[in-house]
Design a protein around this ligand. Structure first.
Ligand code: HEM
Length: 404
């Protein structure tokens, strides 16, 4: 690679979401060689780069995710870290569980649970939309997965899942909480997996994971717990997007009535929330062999970073990217490598998120229920700090529901 390579870990820690887009702007949008955590790396972005990142045989994942991220966000041995046949076989389990009829069922269940919770909020004064949504989603997804309530306290589970997400990208106290939360839930859920294996349970995601076999062998109980958490945790993560949805409806109030009225608009709104707001900053893997991209040689083993946040705010891909406009997603199909908050390509064959349909369905449903509620936001700080990963609406937001 021709350009000088500077260590970038500190810049990442300081700048957060703005780090890669800034670097790439300075590199005029082309690949930017650098060092990250002491290793050679290259940052790329844009739909052509996303296609390159997801092309079979270009990027591998084992050994690519730092230990602190595995010990908080994903878990050791997770599907995220597998390549080749091992990945195909494990991924098939997720695709079967997450990309079929269950999507609608989970979205409907979440919507009903949200309505029931909203009935309780009416006389409660100010409530944290973030915390309440996390409880609603966690309880519903745990039930949908077949996790019995008596074996997994829903409030503990919700706080632990939130902690795993909130603390993965920092080395401060949030990270310590995240590690403890993961250890506790892996332990609890591994015991549950063992119990399910001794019984003959009703069909559920829990029993499918417990009984999943590769070459005749089941997953060890801890890895099975990791993968169960890989359904529970990211579904609870939709809470972040619901908070962003409330933020958008506050800043652009004319949108609220449209979300309330039309399912199609609510889905377009969900896509625009996923494009506009900061959640996944970038994706990483390692060059699986010597590669060449846009006249840059990338040596085998080099870390390749795909700039997700930058791609979503690139005017060459999204005209007026800082305008929040759900209409851009109405009446058109979205390209496989264009909108990539949950990865690109085909989720059945590559690493793209298998929970994307669930995310859009749950977010669209909850945003619409919210839009229809007679609520308002009391004065509060609605800043979103882009140096914090994952970013959050500072005030929650907190909402007040008018009494019926
Ligand atoms: C807030 C919503 C979500 C976001 C932002 C998100 C984002 C992502 C991203 C960026 C990836 C990695 C793609 C890659 O490495 O190429 C991923 C993978 C994954 N996601 Fe999601 N996701 C979300 C919701 C969900 C949901 C609801 C589920 C399950 C119900 C889920 C399950 C998974 C799994 C199992 C993987 C690993 C796939 C693989 O490595 O093959 N995610 N997600």
């Amino acid at each position: 690679m021709a350009m000088p390579r500077r260590e970038q870990s500190l810049a990442l820690a300081i700048k957060g979401y703005a780090w890669l887009p800034d670097l790439r702007r300075r590199g005029r949008g082309g690949p930017v060689p650098m060092r990250l955590l002491g290793r050679p790396a290259v940052a790329i972005g844009g739909p052509t780069a996303a296609r390159f990142f997801y092309e079979t045989g270009n990027v591998e994942r084992h050994d690519a995710i730092p230990g602190p991220v595995l010990d908080t966000l994903f878990g050791r041995g997770a599907v995220h870290t597998l390549d080749g046949r091992a990945h195909d076989l494990r991924k098939a389990l997720f695709v079967a569980l997450l990309m079929g009829d269950g999507v609608d069922t989970l979205a409907k269940m979440t919507g009903m649970a949200f309505d029931e919770a909203a009935d309780r909020w009416r006389d409660a004064g100010e409530i944290s939309l973030f915390d309440e949504t996390a409880l609603v989603i966690t309880d519903t997804v745990a039930q949908w997965c077949g996790v019995p309530e008596e074996q997994s306290d829903r409030i503990d589970l919700a706080w632990d899942l939130l902690a795993m997400i909130d603390g993965f990208a920092t080395l401060g106290p949030r990270h310590v909480w995240a590690r403890l939360a993961r250890r506790r839930q892996e332990h609890n859920l591994a015991r549950l997996i063992e119990e399910v294996r001794r019984q003959d349970p009703a069909p559920s995601a829990l029993s499918a994971i417990a009984h999943h076999r590769v070459d005749g062998r089941p997953l060890d109980a801890r890895t099975a717990a990791v993968e169960l958490i890989n359904i529970l945790r990211p579904t609870t993560a939709v809470t972040w997007l619901v908070a962003f949805a409330a933020h958008a409806m506050e800043l652009w109030p004319q949108i609220r009535a449209k979300v309330a009225e039309s399912d199609e608009y609510a889905t377009a709104f969900a896509h625009e929330v996923r494009r506009f707001y900061p959640f996944t900053p970038f994706l990483g893997g390692r060059a699986a062999r010597d590669l060449r991209f846009q006249r840059i040689d990338i040596r085998h083993g080099t870390t390749i970073l795909l700039d997700v946040y930058g791609q979503h705010h690139d005017p060459r891909v999204w005209p007026e990217p800082y305008a929040f406009r759900p209409e851009r997603f109405l009446h058109r199909a979205v390209g496989e490598f264009e909108l990539i908050p949950q990865g690109g390509g085909d989720p059945r064959t590559g690493h793209r998120c298998p929970g994307e349909q669930i995310t859009v369905a749950v977010l669209g449903t909850l945003a619409q229920r919210l839009a229809r509620l007679p609520y308002y936001l009391p004065p509060q700080n609605l800043t979103i700090d882009l140096t914090r990963i994952p970013a959050r609406v500072a005030g929650g937001p907190r909402i007040v529901l008018a009494r019926s």
